[in-house]
Design a protein around this ligand. Structure first.
Ligand SMILES: [Zn+2]
Length: 72
């Protein structure tokens, strides 16, 4: 099934200082993944990780919910 994930920009811990990243939160189970960078590729990485890590063990198709009308 298709599951929405909330996409938010966040700060992640880098090697020496905080770096920009994105966080995706599963709408169904609240599981969250993080990736470095804020590009569409980073968002996709988050969504792939959600699919792999979902604690519910489901093989869902995750899509980004940004509140904006944009294709990621
Ligand atoms: Zn989930």
């Amino acid at each position: 099934m298709r599951v929405a994930a909330i996409i938010e920009e966040c700060e992640l811990e880098g090697d020496h200082r905080p770096v920009e990243g994105v966080m995706a939160t599963c709408r169904r189970c609240d599981h969250a993944t993080e990736a470095f960078g804020t590009s569409p590729a980073s968002v996709r990485r988050c969504l792939v990780m959600l699919r792999e890590e979902c604690p519910m063990g489901e093989q869902n198709y995750y899509f980004a919910e940004t509140g904006e009308d944009e294709d990621v």
